[in-house]
Unconditional design. Sequence first.
Length: 389
Amino acid sequence: MGTLIQMKNLHKGTSSRFALWDLGFRPFYLLASSFAALSVGVWALQFSGLLPKAYLHGPMWHAHEMLFGFTLAVLTGFLLTAGQNWSGQPTPKGAYLAALAALWVAGRVLVLLPWGWLAAGVNVAFPLAVATALAIPLYKARNRRNYFFVALLVLMALAQLMVHLNGLDVLHVPGWAGIFLGLDAMLFVICLMGGRVIPMFTNNAVPGAKAVRKPWIEKIALGLVLLLLVADALQVTGVSLALLALLTMLAHLIRLCFWQPWKTFKTPLVWVLHAAYAWIPLHLALRAMAAMDWISPSLANHALTTGAIGGMVIGMITRTALGHTGRRLLAGKAEISCYAMVAAAAWVRVGIPLLDPSLIRVAVLASAILWSTGFAVYALRYWRILVWD
């Protein structure tokens, strides 16, 4: 009976009015989750040689699309929604929002075609267009506190530009420099936003949790992430990078402990965010090991992308979709299934090769299936919520 009530609550009033273009989270959460579910199929087509003329292919396509396709879409949906709350000014809606969504879709299609310059132009234009759409309401409200996100979107555009100019043989930089710059930027975003929302959500949902934000550890933890970004930009390697990564790991582990994660196990909408954030110190520990050439850097990268980013995304897009459509903040069986599958995808992708590198193909395949299924469940469960009011 309880599950039935939850389902009725989740779907009440969802067929009254078409609302896809009402606010940024609606189209971009739906696009991102659908793309996450379908991208494994595209990857399989590339692997089998059925997309031989794709401008981006192989691991570079995978990295580019997970970062500048999937992750940037979720970030766009979040910022265009939060930006309205932050500023009290309208953010893109209607035809304007549809045009931004079309630009994102065009970027996903063009990287699979042989038109490299067009693909580069469209993909770099997207975060700049979103930056402009966010900057206008923030500037009108003089909301300086969140100008950082405009700068972040510009940084993501520059990171993409590095990737594409290198791929087009115009700019000769290390091939993955733009990807790593984008990953460091997203690491900072997760750390910044995690500090803003996780303690608040914890205290709101878990009576007596007493999650706290200590100013000294907040400054140290965020400052060290920025220092790590600078170190990567300067191509710092070896022992120096390992020590910096370990120091950053310690700071974020202390930060997480102040948020009382062990008190959230009975509240899935909250523990999913704590579990995602726990991947950050793990990612940093693996980065230190990779800097010493003890493990493959891919394991550290996937701890960040599949573990921290994937977990934070699935937690936030369920919570914010429910909240912004006036539904109860309650995780049902579908939500918990999504959380479990995305979390399992991360542990499989990182844990199995860490224990036995010879099983990397098995780990990649199993992780891809879990990841795709988790986001497919979200897309199927939430499309009515996102499309209809």
